[in-house]
Design a protein around this ligand. Structure first.
Ligand code: DDH
Length: 281
């Protein structure tokens, strides 16, 4: 494993991030979302889900409606897999997110190789483990506590909505959160606190929040970060202190992409689940 040049893979990923033919000119945001959704299925009680095993390769998981659009991210990474066939998909997808965050001006996120893909489709976690944007604070907590995160980490991770946009045909929500969605900053938190947000219905009939010029948006779940007092404390801290946000985001994202990865002596991930956990799937 140590013979492999992961730096060379990272350098190739960096090259595919600027892309004039895609979205806002960058594949970065959708690569970050792939790393997050590949990892965010983790359940700490059963040890199931998580990035190890790259189970989104299987239709059961890729067809979860929460994963709509992530086929773009997987396709962007395919030429890199072809060039470095020794890298596992689970390492490639998590590395893609980390490289994209840094390339878009965000923090360096600690990343370790060693995830393995040798699982069949019986290891795919059940659909429905990712958050539903139409809900509120209780829902967010139940989803992220299941992964083992606390309120501070939930708010830090949500700062990823500085990046990218919603696509009506993928999620049923529309628009970007910030004016420059391909630059990683703490603008999302500043806007959550200081812009006027008005509830409206988008073109596919779902409720979301709009800025006064109608150019920017927030999801119902985003708004719950300012209406819930415990979440709001962290929104205020991250809006005021970019460096604190970068430090906490880096730690939380690094933890996210390690969920469910139990490493053996060589650093290689051990086979995914105990038989007990598997029986409970
Ligand atoms: Fe998110 N996210 N996300 N998100 N997310 C969407 C887009 C992006 C929720 C819902 C949506 C995180 C948390 C939450 C990114 C990263 C992260 C979209 C739009 C929806 C809906 C998808 C589309 O239409 O293409 C909800 C709900 C939550 C929550 O409850 C907390 C987290 C934790 C991350 C992370 O990376 C750590 C990114 C990046 C995007 C932009 C994707 C793109 O294609 O652009």
């Amino acid at each position: 494993m140590t013979d492999h040049d992961y730096g060379a893979v990272a350098a190739e990923i960096k090259k595919i991030i600027p892309n004039d033919d895609y979205d806002d000119g960058s594949t970065g945001p959708v690569l970050v979302r792939l790393a997050w959704h590949a990892s965010g299925t983790y359940d700490k009680e059963t040890g199931t889900g998580g990035s190890n095993g790259a189970t989104m390769r299987y239709k059961i998981e890729s067809s979860d409606s929460a994963n709509n659009g992530l086929e773009y991210a997987r396709k962007f990474l395919e030429p890199i897999k072809a060039k470095f066939p020794w890298i596992s998909y689970s390492d490639l997808w998590t590395l893609g997110g980390v490289v994209a965050i840094e390339a878009m001006g965000g923090p360096k996120v600690p990343w370790k190789p060693g995830r393995v893909d040798d699982v069949d489709d019986q290891y795919v976690p059940p659909n429905g483990r990712l958050p539903d944007a139409s809900q509120g604070a209780d829902h967010i907590r139940s989803i992220f506590y299941r992964m083992g995160f606390n309120d501070q980490e939930i708010v830090a991770l949500s700062g990823a909505h500085n990046l990218g946009r919603c696509h009506g045909d993928r999620s049923g929500f529309e628009g970007p959160w910030v004016p420059n969605p391909i630059r990683f900053t703490n603008t999302y938190f500043k806007l959550l606190l200081h812009a006027e947000w008005v509830k409206g219905k988008n073109s596919v009939g779902n409720e979301q929040f709009y800025s006064d010029d109608g150019e920017l948006m927030m999801l119902p779940t985003d708004m719950s970060l300012v209406t819930d007092p415990k979440f709001r404390v962290w929104v205020e801290k991250y809006a005021a202190d970019r460096d604190l946000f970068f430090k906490d985001f880096s730690a939380a994202f690094s933890k996210l992409i390690e969920l469910g990865v139990t490493r053996g002596p060589e650093g290689l991930a051990l086979r995914k689940y105990s038989t007990v956990a598997r029986a409970r799937l």
